[in-house]
Design a protein around this ligand. Structure first.
Ligand code: BES
Ligand code: ZN
Length: 471
């Protein structure tokens, strides 16, 4: 193990240089003009995995390709034939990134990495390129130092996570045999801080829809026609205004029906999280917090469902003014879900309600978007405990358990299709600006993440070697 850790230390500068190369690809999955960049980015990753010594394949899908890269199973298996086979883990990550807009808010261009102190600024640095590279580097350290890896590992890196992983589900079903494993490891969630390494055991689900209201057949002069026709932008605002009340409760009938209430034990655990309201407010730049009444901010952002407007578009948005009644108005909405809400059920409720309250003066069109169920796994299993030990060894302090508000929809498919749980060992700091301008990755956390990964395979190998208790 010491050889592995020494290798990681010695190669740190090169690992940072590699990450700089990787984030230069504008692999924005939401924008069709970047499809070639996604392909180039995937090709880069294939080369990188092959250099590490992994058996790597670029697998086509109906969307962006998926990369599968396996550790060699050969040399050790012969000498270990007297032992049970090694456990096998899949390390999941995504090479696609969120759009970088608005560009003018970036201090330096989003796809030109900039190092400042211990931070590396670039879109995708933290979400998620830096995080899965940390694992790749740890595996490289094992292979290049000839150290026995206690687990067989396969990287599964996709290019459509930020748009809902629609093609990965089919890919998992079709490749079930070759993806058989004992568990999934993902670093694509948050870490509270270097003194609070974090194991996430729950994620919120998600349900996305887009609603568009059509008014007149073209933009109209608001003086000549204003007063006689509905303004779709106004109608949309009124519609959206009816979705949530001033206490932060979603007003759609049935929205909370399936929600499993937080137990007092849940609430006790969440109350243990380090949280300072003044710092939080200042950090986010808001004059006052807002959330569902009766719940703490930690509960509101991780264990309660929400409805948010992600984008709102209508009319003229250029310089100066243009006096029109716009022909249409649209909004992109997402709902975050908690156990036992499902995207299908919530999407239906929201669509029915919108249609019901839509005035007859406009025509409504609703498009269903991506969806994913919430994820929850009790943190007392052997794999979670191994994860906690690996975090402690790498960071030198006791880890924290967390429920996260973000979503990684594919974790439920891992459970349903491959039958395994996911260990979520995130490395993104709260101020890493994921999905925001000036995203960054902390290089200190990057180095600790590699160490954590190195320890993790030891810990997971160890639990596999222990006989399972008789049922
Ligand atoms: N890395 C995030 C997920 C995340 C971040 C989970 C922080 C927990 C804490 C991931 O890349 C992401 O952004 N997922 C999307 C999913 C969606 C587009 C289907 C999300 O949560 O918005
Ligand atoms: Zn993301």
């Amino acid at each position: 193990m010491q050889k592995v850790l020494d290798y990681l230390k010695k190669n740190e500068a090169r690992f940072v240089a590699d990450l700089c190369e990787y984030v230069r690809f504008p692999s924005v999955s939401a924008q069709p003009q970047h499809s070639k960049d996604l392909r180039n980015c995937a090709d880069w990753l294939v080369k990188r995995c092959r250099k590490v010594g992994l058996t790597t394949e670029l697998c086509p899908t109906d969307g962006n390709p998926v990369i599968i890269a396996n550790t060699p199973r050969d040399q050790t298996s012969a000498s270990r034939s007297y032992l049970a086979a090694k456990p096998r883990y899949l390390i999941y990550g995504h090479y696609d990134v969120q759009p970088a807009e608005p560009f003018q808010l970036w201090k330096t261009p989003p796809f030109e990495p900039r190092r400042q102190g211990r931070s590396l600024f670039a879109r995708g640095a933290s979400d998620n390129k830096g995080q899965h590279l940390a694992h790749l580097n740890a595996v490289e350290a094992y292979l290049k130092t000839g150290t026995d890896l206690p687990c067989d590992l396969a990287f599964l890196i996709e290019g459509e996570e930020e748009v809902g992983s629609a093609n990965l589900t089919t890919f998992l079903s079709r490749n079930r045999e070759r993806l058989k494993c004992d568990g999934i490891v993902i670093s694509d969630t948050g870490i509270i801080g270097p003194k609070h390494p974090t194991l996430t055991h729950a994620l919120r689900g998600i349900c996305a829809i887009e609603v568009k209201l059509y008014g007149p057949s073209r933009d109209l002069h608001s003086g000549i026609f204003g007063g006689t026709v509905e303004n779709p932008a106004m109608a949309l605002c009124q519609l959206l205004g009816q979705l949530r009340d001033k206490n932060g409760r979603v007003k759609i009938p049935g929205f909370y029906d399936q929600v499993v209430p937080l137990s007092s034990e849940n609430r006790k655990q969440l109350a243990r999280h380090p949280f300072n309201e003044t710092h939080y407010k200042k950090f986010l730049g808001v004059p006052k917090l807002f959330g569902e009444r009766g719940f703490s901010p930690v509960e509101q952002r991780s264990a309660r469902p929400t409805l948010e407007i992600n984008g709102l578009t209508s009319g003229y948005q250029g310089d100066g003014s243009k006096t029109i009644i716009p022909a249409w108005a649209s909004a992109k909405l997402t709902m975050r879900l908690v156990p036992n809400q499902t995207p299908r059920q919530i999407s239906k409720l929201v669509r029915e309600y919108l249609r019901k309250i839509c005035p007859p003066t406009v025509r409504i069109e609703i498009q269903e978007g991506h969806g994913g169920e919430p994820y929850f796994v009790a943190p007392d299993g052997a794999q979670a405990q191994a994860g906690l030990r690996a975090l402690k060894s790498a960071f030198g302090c006791d880890p924290v358990l967390m429920r996260e508000g973000g979503s990684i929809p594919i974790v439920n498919d891992f459970k349903k299709i491959l039958g395994v749980d996911t260990l979520l060992l995130g490395l993104a700091l709260p101020d890493d600006n994921a999905h925001s301008p000036n995203e960054k990755f902390d290089l200190g956390i990057f180095a600790k993440g590699m160490k954590m990964s190195a320890h993790l395979w030891q810990e997971l190998g160890r639990i596999a070697a222990c006989p399972k208790p008789q049922q």
